[in-house]
Design a protein around this ligand. Structure first.
Ligand SMILES: [Zn+2]
Length: 134
């Protein structure tokens, strides 16, 4: 029974953290010191947005701000569903596309409804030239 309460506490805590404002963590070349930990341009976890660029690049370039907009959509998706359910739906859909629909790794990823929604927001940001999302 105690493990259920620990699970519930962590579940609610992670959900609450996803409602904090986006915190950008800059990892040039995806590295934290000498450890390579980021293999994509950006990644989102709770309120943290990890970007594969320096802080200077991230703050001056629209391309990197666009990636941050994309990642913020993933943060909003976690706010709607909770980080746990979002993760289950996200990877569940990817597994369905990969194993049942027999799509390739990248095709399955690019076709995820979660990624399409985030990409629409990034393109809208790049077209408008303004940050309407954060
Ligand atoms: Zn994404």
């Amino acid at each position: 029974m105690i493990s259920f309460y620990i699970f519930l506490l962590l579940f609610l805590l992670s959900w609450a953290i996803s409602f904090l404002p986006q915190i950008r963590v800059y990892l040039p070349e995806g590295k934290f010191h000498s450890f390579k930990i980021l293999y994509t341009a950006g990644a989102s976890f709770l309120c943290f947005c990890f970007l594969q660029c320096s802080q200077e690049e991230g703050e001056s370039s629209m391309v990197w701000k666009g990636v941050a907009v994309h990642e913020f959509v993933h943060q909003k998706q976690q706010r709607w569903l909770s980080p746990l359910l979002f993760g289950l739906f996200y990877f569940g859909e990817w597994l369905f596309r990969k194993c049942i629909l027999r799509q390739g790794w990248m095709t399955a990823y690019e076709n995820l409804i979660w990624e399409k929604q985030a990409e629409r927001a990034r393109f809208a940001y790049l077209q408008s030239g303004k940050n309407r999302f954060i």
